[in-house]
Design a protein around this ligand. Structure first.
Ligand SMILES: NC(=O)c1ccc[n+]([C@@H]2O[C@H](COP(=O)([O-])OP(=O)(O)OC[C@H]3O[C@@H](n4cnc5c(N)ncnc54)[C@H](O)[C@@H]3O)[C@@H](O)[C@H]2O)c1
Length: 342
């Protein structure tokens, strides 16, 4: 299987005369990524630009409404096309708008962050937040085609690289070969030596494979939520308390605790747990779950899969052996510690 790149977008635009072309972006992707996009896809010269402010706060229904309004004012119709040029915030909003505008128009996702390349732009999931609660409204957009160009990665800072690397760690741990490779080599770490494009590519292909087998997340695709039950809770707490926390940083903390729970609930091998969690602690500020335990529990209680103060987590029996729907009690959450033997 070969992933699609900008030449695919170029060919698609040459083949089909879309009535209007829109590019959704934020101020950073306008500056760093739009010139690269236009240089590679000349048909986009003169496309209508829809610019929104960067950041999670833009994932709101009011922004969606503004975007639809702007498209209507520019005479967009069913034959229009929307190209999302940005990180996961842009691909989530663009994916949502294009799936509901006129009941669905063609959408191309052009991810520009590592996180969006390996995760957010793949699989058609879209979402906007309601207040502090993440991704409460969304769709599975089956009209999204993702086109990847690694050149966009060059303008990311180290924090953004680590942000995406957290999702690479997550996806790798779901696969025996990839997971053991990253646990031993930790090749995602070193921006100085350049990106490990081969590993990025493998993560993309693995996500595509998992998603293809379960488009609407009724079964095995749920494993991609490994580390995410707590990550989403941490992100909601951060939004509430106005703390600057990136999605991948929340995921790193989520994986850290999911590995600890995997050790106690599923006998995940201690040596591997130690390696993974020391790496996470060395590279990310792991959130102290007990400092926010009441808010975390409130958030988990709001999720309807969680009943009677018990929670359903995805945990690992070993690298490459995920289990969905493992029951975690409130007491087990209260017993989680940031620092113990790791
Ligand atoms: N739909 C899904 O399946 C899915 C999966 C994972 C995450 N997500 C969502 O993705 C979002 C996080 O995505 P993100 O981490 O990419 O954040 P982001 O979209 O906010 O991008 C991070 C920052 O990098 C800037 N940026 C983007 N590309 C750049 C480039 N090439 N050079 C310089 N700066 C650049 C952006 O302007 C922004 O300030 C969250 O909202 C999360 O919920 C969705």
């Amino acid at each position: 299987m070969k992933r699609k790149d900008l030449s695919y977008l170029q060919k698609s635009l040459s083949k089909k005369p879309y009535s209007k072309k829109f590019i959704l972006l934020d101020e950073n992707t306008y500056k760093y990524c739009l010139p690269i996009l236009i240089e590679n896809v000349e048909q986009l010269y003169g496309a209508e630009i829809l610019e929104i402010e960067s950041g999670e706060n833009s994932k709101s229904l009011s922004i969606v409404e503004n975007l639809c309004q702007a498209m209507i004012e520019s005479s967009a119709d069913k034959e229009s096309i929307l190209i999302s040029l940005g990180g996961g915030v842009i691909t989530d909003i663009g994916g949502f708008v294009s799936s509901v505008f006129k009941r669905g128009i063609q959408h191309f996702a052009v991810p520009t962050t590592l996180l969006a390349m390996v995760d957010a732009s793949i699989g058609g999931k879209t979402g906007v937040n309601i207040g502090e609660i993440k991704n409460q409204i969304g769709t599975f957009n089956t009209n999204t085609i993702t086109c990847i160009n690694f050149e966009f990665l060059n303008s990311l800072n180290k924090r953004q690289v680590l942000n995406g690397a957290a999702e690479m760690i997550k996806i790798s741990l779901l696969d025996e070969t990839l997971g053991n490779k990253i646990t031993n080599d930790k090749p995602w770490n070193n921006k100085k030596q350049g990106f490990d494009y081969d590993l990025i590519e493998k993560c993309i292909l693995l996500k595509e494979k998992i998603v293809k087998g379960d488009r609407f997340e009724t079964g095995n695709r749920k494993i991609l939520n490994f580390g995410h039950s707590l990550a989403h809770a941490f992100e909601s707490v951060a939004l509430l308390k106005k703390i600057d926390l990136l999605h991948g940083e929340a995921v790193a903390s989520g994986i850290y605790y999911a590995i600890k729970l995997s050790e106690t609930k599923l006998s995940f091998p201690k040596d591997k747990a130690k390696k993974i969690n020391s790496y996470l602690k060395d590279n990310y500020s792991i959130i102290d779950i007990q400092e926010n335990i009441d808010l975390v529990i409130n958030y988990l209680n709001a999720d309807k899969k969680n009943i009677n103060n018990e929670y359903r987590f995805i945990l690992l029996e070993d690298i490459g052996k995920p289990h969905i729907n493992i029951t975690i009690t409130q007491d087990e959450l209260f017993n989680l510690k940031l620092i113990d033997n790791h």
